[in-house]
Structure formats: C-alpha cells, structure tokens
Design a protein around this ligand. Structure first.
Ligand SMILES: NC(=O)c1ccc[n+]([C@@H]2O[C@H](COP(=O)([O-])OP(=O)(O)OC[C@H]3O[C@@H](n4cnc5c(N)ncnc54)[C@H](O)[C@@H]3O)[C@@H](O)[C@H]2O)c1
Length: 301
C-alpha cells in the first residue's frame, strides 16, 4: 500500500465504524500507518461490550497495510493523551489527526435533558479539543526542537453546526463549536507547521441510515453516492502534505460533491457614530435586513 501518505502516521478517532472506518482504510491505502481509535459505543453513546477498532486494524493489516487499534475514550484527558502517546511510542511520530468520533442524543429543546446536552457536547467538542491539545503540544515541541512538522488536523463538523438542525440543539451547538475551534487552531498552530481544517460530511452510517432512509439508500446500480468512502478522499488529501497552504477552511462533502463553505462575514452595515435609541436600532436593523442575503434554511424546518 503506498500513495500520498507514504511515511505518515495518522490517528483517526471513532474509526471502528462508519466514516471513521472509511477514513482509516483510505489513509492506509495511501501508505499511512494508522492508529484506529474507537471506544465502541451504542448509537446514544452508551459504551458497548467491545470496541470495533480491532476489526478495522485487522482489516487494514489483512490488506497489507499497517495499523493498530486503540480503544480509549477520546473525550477523557487520559484517553486523548494515550491516543497520541500510542502513535508516538509505536510508530515514533504523529503526522495527522482526524477527529471524527461522536454520537447523537436528538430531542427538541423543551425535551432535551441536561445529560443529553452534556454527553453530546462532551464527545464532540471536548473530544476534539483534548486530542487536538495533546497532538498540538507534541507538534509545538517538535517545532521548538528545530523539527517543524508537516502536521495536519481534520475535524468533523456537520451541516447541523453550519445551518442548525431541528431536534439537534446539542449537536448543532457542538458542531458549530468545532468550526470555531478549527478557525482558532488554524491561526494559533500555523507557526508550528500545523494545518487545521474541518469537513461537514454526509454519508450512510448507523447515525443516518434510519433517520434519512430514503436519501441514504444505496441504489441498485450506479454510483452509491452516500457510501462513507466517498467522503474519505478529501480527508486523506487534507491529511497529507499535498494540501500545503490550505488551513482554517470548512468543506461540505458527500458523494461526488465537494463544497467550500463560506462563513460568517459582514453584510450590510450602518454606523451613526453615536448611541441609538432601541426604536432607532430596530429601524436600522430592519433596513439592513432588507438589504441582506436571507439566511440558509435550518435543516428539518
Ligand atoms: N453520517 C453522516 O451523514 C454525518 C453527517 C454529519 C456529521 N457526521 C459526523 O461524522 C462523524 C462520524 O459519524 P458516523 O456517521 O460515522 O457515525 P458512527 O456511529 O458510524 O461512528 C462513530 C464512531 O465513534 C465512536 N465513538 C463514539 N464516542 C466515542 C468516544 N468517546 N471515543 C472513541 N470513539 C467513540 C463510536 O463507537 C462509533 O464507532 C461524527 O462526528 C458525526 O457527527 C456524520
């Protein structure tokens, strides 16, 4: 197995199933040595009896690649730290971190328990922060020792975080947070040779195959657009040295489509140079809104 990731060591979180598994296989096929992380949780995040990470690592090795399973919880300091340490102790280096692990607890806001809020924010947002922090500490040390890396981080956001999604207040907030984290990390870590981007994917996995059954179904013939492996080529490219110069960007990707998402930027504006009354502020806001682009529709609304 060789290709654009020859010699690189790649960590993929939540790689026992779905998109993470597809990314791990695709990195290995391009020559990377892969640390396949997965805690092995149910759809709602409750840990199951076994981690599927080992099966994916076995699958990579059976195909002639190099991989190792890691069964830790990436949303704990110990799990995140041991994931980075495992890559360094086993393969002697870390080049790419793909943050992907997560689960859902969908409820309308009035029914959303604090536990559902905390669990989803924890796995997605904290789960991205902790691995990123440990990997970035290593890369900063490398840069300070005169060995500036060509490091890459690919985070996993979602259309829910970009536009909002009914019944997913916790998930949308977590994924929007991941976009903010990506922008800051890209700006802070550039000096250490680290590029940080995010994807907002769509694919048929256990997370989507029932809720969006019609959209996700595989066709009997022709291109299976919603197969998770269609998302992985962009992730592999972003995780390789070939993506030099691309950082702080968010891409939507599904099937054969890749879209650069253009984020918040100033629209119509007005400045009086003095404090307005509330009535004046409202008048100005309505005038500006009439000139502005309408917002994208919240998913499911
Ligand atoms: N499938 C889609 O269409 C879609 C759309 C937008 C975003 N996403 C995002 O893509 C990512 C992957 O989702 P998927 O659809 O492949 O789901 P999935 O359920 O198939 O895979 C997620 C994996 O993460 C693992 N995991 C969960 N918590 C973990 C933890 N604390 N530590 C380690 N592993 C953990 C699970 O065991 C599971 O194997 C998620 O971040 C999801 O929010 C998916």
């Amino acid at each position: 197995m060789s290709g654009i990731c020859d010699g690189r060591v790649v960590v993929v979180t939540g790689a026992g199933r779905g998109l993470g598994r597809a990314h791990a296989l695709a990195f290995a096929a391009e020559g990377a040595r892969v640390v396949v992380n997965d805690l092995g949780v149910g759809l709602d995040g409750v840990p199951g009896p076994d981690s599927p990470a080992r099966q994916v690592a076995d699958e990579i090795r059976a195909a002639g690649g190099t991989a190792l399973a890691h069964g830790g919880d990436i949303a704990t300091p110990q799990g995140a730290a041991s994931l980075v340490t495992t890559a360094l102790e086993t393969y002697g280096r870390l080049d790419t971190l793909v943050n992907n692990a997560g689960f859902l607890r969908d409820r309308m806001l009035v029914n959303l328990d604090e536990d559902d809020w905390d669990a989803v924010l924890r796995v997605h947002l904290k789960g991205h922060f902790l691995t990123l922090k440990h990997a970035a500490s290593h890369w900063r040390a490398e840069a300070k020792a005169g060995r500036t890396p060509t490091a890459r981080v690919v985070n996993t956001a979602s259309g829910a975080g970009l536009l909002g999604s009914l019944g997913q207040g916790n998930y949308s907030a977590a994924k929007a947070g991941i976009v903010g984290l990506t922008l800051v990390a890209a700006a802070e870590l550039a000096r250490y040779g680290v590029q940080v981007n995010a994807i907002a994917p769509a694919a048929r996995t256990r997370m989507t195959e029932h809720t969006f059954a019609a959209t996700m179904a595989a066709p009997e013939t022709g291109f299976d657009a919603m197969a998770p492996g269609n998302v992985s080529p962009l992730v592999v490219w972003l995780g390789s040295t070939a993506s030099e110069g691309v950082t702080g960007r968010v891409f939507e990707t599904e099937g054969g489509r890749i879209t650069v998402m253009e984020g918040w930027r100033p629209g119509p504006t007005a400045d009086t140079g003095r404090r307005r009354s509330p009535a004046e502020a409202g008048e100005t806001a309505r005038k500006l809104l009439a000139e502005a682009e309408p917002p994208g529709r919240v998913y499911g609304a």
